[in-house]
Design a binder for this molecule. Sequence first.
Ligand code: GDP
Length: 446
Amino acid sequence: MFNKLQDRISESFKHLRKKGKLSEADVDETVGEIRRALIEADVALEVVKDFSARVKEKAYGAARSEALNPAQQIVKIVNDELIEILGGEDRELHFARPGKGPTVFMLAGLQGAGKTTLAGKLGRWLGKQDKKVLLVAADLQRPNAVTQLEIVGEQAGVTVFAPEPGNGVGDPVDVARRGLALASGSGYDVMIVDTAGRLGVDEELMAQARAIRDEVQPEEVLFVLDAMIGQDAVRTARAFQEGVDFTGVVLTKLDGDARGGAALSVRGVTGVPVLFASTGEGLDDFERFHADRMASRILDMGDMLSLIEKAQETFDMEQAEKLAGKIQQGQLTLEDFLNQLQQIKKLGSMKKLLGMMPGAGKIREQLDQFDEREVDRIEAIVRSMTPAERRDVKILNGSRRARIAAGSGTTVADVNGLVDRFEMAQKMMGGMAGMAGAGADGMGMM
Ligand code: GDP
């Protein structure tokens, strides 16, 4: 997502960087290019217009001020304004006041937007915060939706309330009401109501969603929006705002390669903030939405904060420190390497991780070609080694290498390649150990 937009914007900045001083014409040219890039990325016209006008006004000021490095100032202005259209400051989810009973979140959106999946993601996320969560299956329209929610609930480790076949089937309002009674009576902290979606917006769907909303009085109505639907996103968002008056937006499928305009438009058009981003089919492919991080992702400044946050959740710091010590002393073994690889894998796919690094836009082609299975191959090879071999690769003679290749389903050339690279890295680390030790601190992290 945003690849093309990223390229276009960094291209327009490149022209600027060559200039020492900026004229208004330079500003016009750059803003014009960014404007075209945004329109091509399917951002709503009214949002683009507003954005360009604000950037222009501030950038003229920067150009007139004859400040040093005007190009950098304009990058900053564009960044600030992008943050603004993406929603500015983050907003937390609203929970019910103490004593009121369970907090209710209701999900609304078109069919296929990702509501059911989101119910599981949100349930799991809240569960990790020690909340007792109940998912309520009030999507009785789509065949299988109830079963799908039950499966998702089980994966997320969250209880699901679903109508028993033949009992109350067909009346989602009744299901929501009974769900709320169960949630209130059994000490649930949060109830998440999954509602039906249609392939297109229709009044019957809206009336049903309103009826459910009025019945359960949710703290938040979350509008789930598939970021891949392009220009339709704005129309859909408007219809749902009129229909159910949502309080927060969740963008899904941000991992896809659509142009991403929806993400950039929805807040500007509705005034309602985006609270979460869904970035894959897995239950953990889900994060809080941060306007500032999204802006820096679009401007290809990387998303180190999200990465660090993920790393903190996942990494065992004590082990990382031990490892840093070993690296400093040039004593890293393949055993350590395997442990490290597993920790990194817990963060998600390698491609996704590398994509969050600053400058990732520039190596996108290599990233696209990155074969996730390479990581599995390396792991298989190391796993096929005996502990002694992992500790000391020097004992790896021809017959051992052939055994490892056979055991890991790879070739001797693959094994040789890995061992060579590892020995080279070990040498480099040994060399670094000779230098000031402090510099190698924290290297264990990546
Ligand atoms: P619903 O009809 O709104 O309940 O949508 P579902 O939850 O059934 O999702 C529709 C499809 O989109 C399913 O195949 C999901 O696995 C997929 N999906 C949901 N969220 C994401 C996401 O963030 N990224 C990707 N790639 N797929 C998603």
